[in-house]
Design a protein around this ligand. Sequence first.
Ligand code: ADP
Length: 628
Amino acid sequence: MDKLIRVLLAEDELYDAELNIREIKKMLSNVVFERVDNKIAFIKMLETYFPDIIISDYNMPSFDGLTALKIASDLCPEIPFIIVTGSINEDTAVECMKAGATDYVLKDSLKRLGSSVQNALEQSKIRKERIDAFETIKLNEAKYRYMFHNNPQPMWIYDLETYKFLEVNNAAAKHYGFSKEEFLTMNLKDVLPSFEIEKLVKNSETFDSHLNLADTWIHKKKNGELISVEIVSYFIIFNKRNARHVLINDVTERKKTEEKLIHERKLLRTLIDNLPVTIYVKDAEGRKIIANRADLEVIGAKTEVEVLGKTDLELFRNDIGVRGYADDKKLIETGIPVLNQEEYFFDINGVQHWLMTSKIPLTEENGKITGLVGIGHNITEQKKMQAELIEAKEKAEESDRLKSAFLANMSHEIRTPLNSIIGFSELLGDPDFDPDQKTDFITHIVDNGNSLLMIISDIMDFSMLEAGQLKLRPEQISAKKIMNELLNEFEHKAELRGIQLRIDDSANAPDILFTSDIYRIKQIFNNLIGNAIKFTSEGFVEIGYKTAGEMVEFHIKDSGIGIDPKYHQAIFERFRQVDNTKTRKYGGNGLGLAISKNLIQLLGGNIWLKSELGKYSDFLFTIPINKI
Ligand code: ADP
């Protein structure tokens, strides 16, 4: 429903008042009326009735239209005032209008009153709205000025063309140390160090001035102090000028803290990277979030990026990854640290590493476990040394054992021929000596003397070989010829043991001529054939040769006791015998094969064997044809 319009009628004649009301009601439906006919009532009505429009008769006996108009203009100038008059001359009309009447209506043409009231009300409404709008603007402007000047964030407005400050708030003045008045005589360049002025000029050339900008700058305070600021700025029209409203946030302290933090982080990183221990941090899922250089080495990765975000399951193969991941999970679930645990890893390249690891849970203030820190000392070298020490100890013990066995053996091997020599020599000097036995005794003495000589020359040779003192004398040698000579030399000895010594049939193949030291080759054969005869009780001993590439390959095969495969390597070591207990029945000093192997290697060849326990032994060795 429309607002009720209150009409105040200043009219002494009731009838005229009724006429007025009738005319007004023709145009407006929602009107109410009050009538007064004197000054006091008129003023009272203005103060209590608050009329929307006043309609006054020009002539009243105790009151008149012009007086009413003046009173209304003083007390409530915004209320439209219409004068209704019987007759009016031009001067009076002008006077009324000058005094502030909105309109005047002649009683002769009272029909016009309705539309006049309507117009007056409309114009009044428009005027009122305008005044309201103006008031609002004024109020808003005051509000904004207040908000701008009293805002705790420093801000200013500067002219985009001249850079002159157009407005500066209290916070900016306080922060920069200039008074507001000083600011308003300055321009933006006055708060910039020289290196930033260049940037300002460049920015204004490149950026569209209408853009809203966010950026960081260095500003200069009145006292010369430089500060880092983050600014946000907006294009505005200010006092009809293209301008920029700038909001300033001093981030100097934050920057300093950030820089300090970065510096400290770098320092920490350098520290952990250069420590000779692995250091890593994992999150609550067991994923790596920090890995130092030593840790990368253990994993076999080149950069941290390769390992970040990965669990042990992804970083290590097989059970190692499973074990590491399970340990991490357990620690995160229980919070129980792992201390000094020895662990091994195979890195990406398959190299084994040993670590002495400790893992400690990482907790938030409320005790929640968010991950873990791991520290590991690489004990790979220590472990290696430990293993080497154990091996060396075992070797030393073995060597000691072998030496004791060797000494016991030697004492037996030397004493036996020596006792024979002494015994038979004494017999030769016995007065009851039977001259018929002389030859026999002398043969015994010579044989035992030779045995002793062989033992002593074995020991001498071995010492010379170990000292690298043995000299070789190369000459041209016929393989076939050696075979025949060996046959002549050992045939008788073999026969005495009931064994056949033979040359391999295939040796009928063409002779092989090669250059080497014949004396040493014979020495090797003597050892090998001597062993073959010694360890064979029936059957044969066979010697032979063939070409194998650049080499001549000899073999000495027997149908003797054979050798357990587990001794195939060891018997070539000094003092090693398959049976080196005191009950050994074959005799020997355990040096023959070691000497033979060393000699063969010195001559540029190699020795190995094939054998089956209880069946046969076949020793094979090569000698280069043209090299010594
Ligand atoms: P030894 O003086 O004890 O024969 P060797 O170094 O010549 O010393 O031989 C070492 C050991 O190798 C022998 O004690 C023996 O156990 C084994 N051996 C060597 N040759 C043969 C072979 N032909 N048949 C069986 N065992 C052999």
